[in-house]
Design a protein around this ligand. Structure first.
Ligand SMILES: C[S@@+](CC[C@H](N)C(=O)[O-])C[C@H]1O[C@@H](n2cnc3c(N)ncnc32)[C@H](O)[C@@H]1O
Length: 342
């Protein structure tokens, strides 16, 4: 396979992340603490993912798992525990610095059932029909040829094998300037597919039971987003059994209103769930509907609910078309300023 300039740029971006790992990490909030408790903190905190494909995958002892874009190896180590000594886990990554880090971690942990292979998602170094479960965490969006990645997924899965992926998707086409930005590509934004394109791509590769859902399952506030913003999603699918015909049927998609607005009720809902808002991948600009003074008080309440040390910042902005709630996640790796999206 001939790597493209996107591969080269993305590789350089993640080589840098692997080399500077020691200074990058705080605690890992993507997973339940109980999942991580047996791992050394430098391994459990080194995640560049956007979700938790391990819980979605519901792995069983004896299964063979393939992790696409395995990075420092965290999901592989969690999968290795779940499938036990009768199962095996293969991590594939194209970045030698990441592979070195993952292999070093594996050696320290002494897991006998994990291996890391150098390779591309678009040409997986894995035999046909040998994998029970494919997992991946915030990687497929980085590929310049997603239809080929989806075909490779279908090739290496066993019949009835399943897909459990966390990835960044969008609720509409990203602005052209964002799509062309290499920095935004490396940050898991520019290459993100729309929910519908993701589902269509998996179906066209011959998979069934395709679901693409926001990680945060309540879409009350997603409905108020402007079109063309990235967010974390959980993606599941299955390869048909040998005796089963793929239907090619589009799943009931996540529908977004073109112009929605958050009401006081919606703000109350956000206050109750502010701790779950880590799926925000940068900044969102939510339109508000209602009395501005009342809204301003609610926004202040929202900031208090987040707590003083939260990376989430909530500001009420009065624009020509009315009040907006501007939400910024200062710790998000995939920050896209609202101005660049407008
Ligand atoms: C955002 S990081 C995620 C790493 C890991 N899954 C995690 O959750 O920490 C993306 C990883 O995918 C790898 N990657 C990106 N595009 C790839 C491609 N086309 N083929 C193989 N690996 C790729 C990068 O080298 C990097 O290690």
């Amino acid at each position: 396979m001939q790597p493209t300039s996107i591969h080269d740029n993305v590789r350089e971006h993640y080589a840098e992340r692997a080399r500077n790992a020691a200074s990058c990490c705080g605690s890992n909030t993507l997973y339940d603490d109980r999942l991580l408790q047996d791992l050394p903190s430098d391994i459990s905190s080194f995640s560049l993912g956007c979700g938790n494909p391990i819980t979605t995958a519901a792995l069983k002892p004896g299964e063979t798992v393939l992790d696409l874009g395995s990075g420092g190896g965290l999901d592989c180590f969690l999968a290795a525990k779940a499938v036990g000594e009768t199962g095996r886990v293969i991590g594939v990554d194209m970045t030698p610095d990441m592979l070195a880090k993952a292999r070093g971690n594996a050696q320290r942990l002494g897991y006998p059932n994990v291996e890391f292979r150098e390779g591309y998602l678009e040409a997986l170094p894995v035999d046909d029909a040998t994998v029970d479960v494919i997992i991946s965490n915030c990687v497929i969006n980085l590929s310049p040829d997603k239809p080929q990645v989806f075909r490779e997924i279908a090739r290496v899965l066993k019949p009835n094998g399943r897909v459990a992926v966390s990835d960044i998707v969008t609720n509409g086409e990203l602005p052209e300037a964002v799509q062309q930005s290499m920095a935004a590509w490396g940050a898991c934004v520019a290459g993100a597919l729309t929910v519908q394109a993701y589902a269509r791509g998996l179906l066209e590769a011959g998979l069934v039971d395709v679901r693409v859902q926001p990680k945060d399952t309540t879409d009350k506030w997603l409905a108020a987003l402007p079109i063309g913003v990235p967010f974390s999603a959980t993606i599941t699918a299955r390869k048909p059994r040998a005796d089963e015909q793929p239907t090619g049927e589009m799943p009931a998609g996540v529908e977004f209103e073109t112009v929605g607005a958050l009401t006081i009720d919606g703000l109350d809902d956000l206050i109750g769930r502010v701790v779950d808002m880590d799926s925000i991948e940068g900044g969102y600009d939510l339109r508000l509907a209602g009395d501005v003074a009342e809204m301003r008080a609610k926004v202040a309440e929202l900031q208090r609910a987040a707590g003083c040390c939260s990376p989430l910042k909530f500001v009420l902005v009065e624009a020509a078309d009315g009040a907006h709630l501007r939400v910024t996640n200062l710790s998000a790796s995939a920050f896209v300023s609202i101005d660049s999206l407008n």
